[in-house]
Design a protein around this ligand. Structure first.
Ligand code: FPP
Length: 248
């Protein structure tokens, strides 16, 4: 069943569709955006961070319940030091701003990934943001930082092996739910829609387990140019798809 009411295609707007509960975004194309303008890659990330703020707020306003953004992968440490340093500064600025300015906000902030690799200052900011926002009632915003889908599964497997060894987990009881409950996204619904701007057709290790049945929408726009109307277009494209979860 399509998730929208019958209407000529050009007239379909957000009011006509059922929104996905959980949206994932691979915020890609910052480097190319900067290169096109003869700017350093870090300028692309600065512009990308502004777009992230705008789109996260927009998702919350239109009623998305869960948004997961890919901000830094386990592989991104391989980038030049000045680029990694610039990204760390952007994360710090955003996390300080979130504590200072988002007091009356409804957004619940969570961080997924192995945070132990970050500076003690950044780790403290992540924890403070999670604690400050955990009792709010709005959209859950997962920021994937030092995140990799394979690393997440390895962490889960090690934890399950430990529990099996100490007798608290029966190996025969391990099913999809038990695995999901050992991931960073425990308790959250799987993403329905994953948006990848910048035209690349790859998962790039993003939410590997959770995206088993997600609809992918690849868009030909670089992340720093991404607008609210692009999100609308992805949501409408998602609504047109016919999700069968392997059935008929
Ligand atoms: C991928 O584009 C983008 C990243 C590795 C960083 C994403 C980070 C941000 C959008 C800004 C900060 C976010 C927060 C949460 C404040 P790329 O650099 O690989 O682009 P390219 O493929 O064009 O080189």
């Amino acid at each position: 069943m399509a998730l929208f009411k019958k209407k000529p295609e050009a007239e379909i707007s957000l009011q006509d569709i059922i929104l996905p509960e959980h949206v994932g975004i691979i915020m890609d194309g910052n480097g190319r955006w900067a290169k096109k303008r003869g700017l350093p890659r870090s300028a692309g990330h600065t512009a990308g961070a502004q777009v992230f703020r705008k789109i996260a707020r927009y998702c919350s306003n239109i009623g998305i319940r869960y948004l997961t953004v890919y901000a830094f992968s386990t592989e991104n440490w391989k980038r030049p030091k000045d680029e990694v340093d610039a990204l760390m500064r952007l994360f710090k600025d955003y996390l300080e701003e979130a504590i200072r300015d988002f007091k009356d906000d409804s957004i619940i902030l969570r961080f997924i990934g192995d945070r132990s690799a970050f500076s003690p200052e950044l780790i403290a900011l992540m924890e403070e943001n999670e604690t400050e926002s955990k009792d709010r009632d709005g959209m859950v915003l997962n920021i994937a930082m030092n995140y990799g889908g394979r690393a997440e599964l390895i962490t889960a497997m090690r934890q399950m092996a430990r529990e099996a060894a100490d007798g608290t987990l029966d190996p025969d009881s391990i099913d999809e739910q038990v695995v999901s409950d050992h991931l960073y996204t425990k308790g959250e619904p799987d993403p329905d829609l994953i948006i990848r701007p910048s035209g690349e057709n790859r998962t790039s290790n993003f939410l590997l387990w959770q995206s088993a049945y997600a609809e992918y929408v690849i868009m030909d726009v670089l992340w720093p140019d991404f607008k609210e109307k692009d999100l609308d277009a992805a949501l409408i494209e998602y609504a047109k798809r016919n999700r069968r979860f392997g059935g008929v």
